[in-house]
Design a protein around this ligand. Structure first.
Ligand SMILES: Cc1cc2nc3c(=O)[nH]c(=O)nc-3n(C[C@H](O)[C@H](O)[C@H](O)COP(=O)(O)OP(=O)(O)OC[C@H]3O[C@@H](n4cnc5c(N)ncnc54)[C@H](O)[C@@H]3O)c2cc1C
Length: 467
């Protein structure tokens, strides 16, 4: 990886550091924060090829949730949300955390059955549960989210099976809606503001940030001994005994510099989202996250159907899609923006794996992705059909999402990987969805690096789970 062109001298990079972190996305920044601010580490160096927080961490939908089927992950996510809430309290909710919950919406009966599975699961611990059935007198009222910052929201979950109640509270949803599961322990926040706050606090405690690309990691008989960094035409060796891989989608590449023997069982793909101006006010600004959880078909005119039927490249547009969109209002109460994400997989429903991530993730064609995503969203929120072909400067972006192999099922799932990397002094921290888990990831990785107390979920989130 080092070539002859890298011959220049670099003077603005230190010769050594106690801890070097590769990657100043949300995860690297949170680790630096925990090491310096919470644990008092004196000499931490954050290295990034780009501006801090400008890669994947700048592209997220900024949602958080404490929900998960995996116990270790559920506790890890809940810990992160608790840490975020502490920071929100102490900063006057600087990063606009709001806990409106998720409306999971079913338009098929199988999805309704899956809602009951969730409610009856001991693992998810959705409690208390309130069920609102038709023609029954509930012992309590359904309380929609208030839409206000850190205002106290109800806990647990509400299952709405009563059509009248659904229409009364959510008249903008399609008549096809059969049930809504409103889980309350989720919401969103400004990830960039939180990341910037953590970074500034860390810098205030002496953390140094430098721009450069980590290209090699040197080892001696004691473990990690130096990190080589390229900047411009120069290369610099920084001596260190502690190195953390927080390289986001480049996790495999940077981990291999440390320990080529260890396989990081990661599957990487691109996911995307859009922002559209809801200038007709179709979705109320106080809405929670809305997630369409049933399969769907896109709506087309007869003429369009005939056209897709005859087109080998686009016939898949007539297929059934395995999931719907998620969406939420973006910005304050006067903002017109609506954020919508959809993971459609045009290749026969199979996720498209990216073998080698690049610094410019390859996104779908914008016109096509925006149009299809609004069409998909309008199967749940018919009012959005009015924007098809009439959108005002929609925005489209996306980035890589890394899934890890589940050791039991063999499936690739969102699963944190945090802990030692098999060489003395080397650690890894790769977390998706990670802007919301950054605080707990930073705390856990810092504990591994500095030898602090580990929570009892630590081993299950580390490489040990594959042994
Ligand atoms: C469309 C989309 C929606 C998402 N929605 C959510 C959501 O709602 N909630 C949520 O919690 N998460 C969400 N995520 C996931 C979340 O964005 C990521 O989990 C998180 O950003 C990962 O943070 P990171 O610090 O590991 O990675 P990054 O932000 O990618 O940071 C890694 C950094 O490492 C640097 N780097 C890599 N290799 C090197 C090297 N060799 N030398 C120097 N620097 C290097 C990169 O430049 C980069 O800045 C979403 C992601 C996408 C793409």
């Amino acid at each position: 990886m080092l070539s002859e062109k890298h011959t220049g001298k670099i003077t603005d990079i230190p010769d050594g550091a106690e801890v070097v972190i590769c990657g100043a996305g949300m995860i690297g920044v949170a680790i630096a924060y925990h090491l310096a601010v919470e644990m008092g580490a004196q000499d931490v160096l954050l290295i990034d090829k780009r501006t801090p927080l400008s890669f994947t961490s700048d592209k997220s939908a900024e949602l958080f949730s404490c929900n998960d089927w995996n116990q270790a992950k559920r506790r890890f996510k809940a810990r992160s949300v608790a840490l975020m809430e502490e920071l929100a309290e102490s900063t006057g909710n600087l990063f606009n955390m709001t806990r409106r919950g998720v409306l999971s919406v079913a338009t098929r009966s199988e999805t309704v059955a899956s809602f009951w599975d969730r409610l009856n699961s001991d693992t998810l611990r959705l409690s208390p549960v309130r069920v609102f059935e038709p023609n029954s007198t509930p012992s309590t009222q359904y309380v929609p989210s208030t839409g206000e910052g850190l205002a106290k929201e109800p806990l647990g979950a509400d299952l709405l099976l009563d059509e009248g109640l659904i229409r009364a509270h959510y008249p903008f949803l399609s008549d096809d809606v059969l049930a809504i599961l409103h889980t309350r322990d989720s919401g969103w926040f400004s990830a960039h503001t939180l990341g910037t706050y953590l970074l500034e606090q860390a810098k205030g405690r002496g953390v140094r940030v430098i721009q450069g690309e980590v290209v090699a990691v040197d080892k001696d008989k004691h473990g990690v001994c130096a990190v080589r960094v390229v900047k411009g035409s120069g290369v610099k060796s920084i001596s260190t005994r502690r190195f953390v891989v927080a390289a986001g989608p480049f996790v495999k590449r940077v981990a291999a510099m440390v320990n080529p023997e260890v396989e990081i069982p990661a599957m990487i793909r691109v996911i995307e989202k859009i922002l559209i101006k809801d200038y007709l006010g179709i979705v109320p600004r106080s809405a929670p996250i809305i997630s369409h959880e049933s399969e769907l078909f896109l709506e087309w005119s007869e003429q369009e159907r005939d056209q897709w039927q005859d087109d080998d490249e686009y016939r898949w547009l007539l297929d059934e899609f395995s999931c719907g969109t998620y969406l939420r209002p973006e910005g304050g109460k006067d903002s017109p923006w609506l954020l919508i994400g959809w993971e459609y997989a045009p290749e026969a429903g199979r996720p498209v794996e990216v073998r080698e991530p690049t610094w410019e993730p390859r996104l779908s064609d914008s016109v096509e992705y925006v149009d299809l995503t609004v069409r998909a969203a309008s199967t749940l929120i018919p009012g959005l059909k009015r924007y098809i072909g009439r959108m005002v400067k929609p925005a489209h972006d996306g980035g890589y999402f890394v899934r890890m192999r589940d050791p039991l099922s063999g499936e690739f799932v969102p699963m944190p990987l945090i802990g030692p990397l098999g060489v003395e002094g080397a650690f890894i921290a790769c977390v998706y969805p990670g802007v919301s888990s950054g605080c707990a990831a930073g705390e856990l990785a810092a504990a591994w690096v500095a030898g602090g107390n580990l929570p009892d979920y630590a081993d299950e989130l580390s490489l040990k789970r594959y042994q």
